[in-house]
Design a protein around this ligand. Sequence first.
Ligand SMILES: Nc1ncnc2c1ncn2[C@@H]1O[C@H](COP(=O)(O)OP(=O)(O)OP(=O)(O)O)[C@@H](O)[C@H]1O
Length: 401
Amino acid sequence: MNSPVISVRNLWKVFGSGGEKVPGNAGLSGQSSAELLESTGCVTAVRNMNFDVAKGEVFVVMGLSGSGKSTLIRCLTRLIEPTSGQVLVDGRDVLQAGTSELRELRRRKISMVFQHFGLLPHRTVLDNVSYGLQIRGTAKNERYTKSQEIIDLVGLTGYEQHYPDQLSGGMQQRVGLGRALAGDPDTILFDEPFSALDPLIRRDMQAEVIRLHKEMGKTMVFVTHDLSEALKLGDRILIMRDGEMVQMGSGDQLVGSPADSYIADFVSEVPRADVLTLKWITKTVASSTALDGPVLAAGTLIRDAIPVVMSTISPVLVSNGDGTILGQIDRDSILSVIHGSGSHTSDGRNSGHHISGGPTSGNNGAAFPAAGGRDNETVPNKEVPGKEAAGKEAASKEAVV
Ligand SMILES: Nc1ncnc2c1ncn2[C@@H]1O[C@H](COP(=O)(O)OP(=O)(O)OP(=O)(O)O)[C@@H](O)[C@H]1O
């Protein structure tokens, strides 16, 4: 992994009176969230979270409503004050930062795009985009020149003098994106930015984020409850449940090797041939296999290999980047993915979702011991109830930075 720009260590957010006593008290922190709610009235929104976000990565946090995603992402810049732990940004602990350091962090290093856009209604598109530069003290000419570039970049050329209520939802979110980009931050946090948009606009905006990421290479932390959005955007995905990390890994790791039945159910609708690559189904080359047949790269999506495999009766060889033959696949290996046969989650349930012999199981002569060197961390699950808990504190979710 590239050097981390954000490192989260032992992070807790416990809402409610006396919540600060929970992390450091073994008797309390050992309780499940349900028990804690019952015994103290506190809501454990983020529980002992640990992860790194690499420079240039798109890191997705996903989970069902109430799992703690928004709280977690807001703790990163202390829009919500964490209860305990560390959030290191470029090695500096945000929890130790004073007011001015925090202000600088939010203005220059980390911007946020909100679900409800967070635009200033009485300002034009140009003034909304340039707002961050204005409060930073950038001269008018310079901030308008810079903002115009950003407006062009996010596809709003010609709308500079429009007001937010004259724009569609998708366009308003482009303004939100423009505003986040204008200050040229290292990292952008997205809190369910597209969930209020209709599906077609949403797809456009996802493509826009992918394009901007390619062009600008910003680090992005993206919250969503939509698995297909997570798979589309995320280099890695952290799945939360009831404040805890259940699994963290690349999309293919979650789909090919779900940590438990919860994740398996989560990913059960994903067309696996669209997500998994050949490395998940590669087997050792049989002595009877002809070595002059077709060869496909291990990183090929199974979906894309189907026409080649179906066009020949002999096995197809699989090679790595330098041309070394790693193994073979055949029609049966493809069919096993499509039909979801032979499979166990790591909690032992036969789910039909784990690819037998895939990178983490290595139990059927598969040629790959590990998937692409990426993290795939899991933590044990606990049964805890949902979010029908204590009323929310007054913390505004749309705090304007
Ligand atoms: N200010 C607050 N005071 C008390 N409890 C809160 C507060 N904010 C959030 N919670 C609780 O913390 C838990 C996590 O909420 P959070 O909003 O972070 O979840 P989420 O995964 O972002 O959900 P959604 O997708 O619905 O926004 C929930 O049980 C929620 O009720």
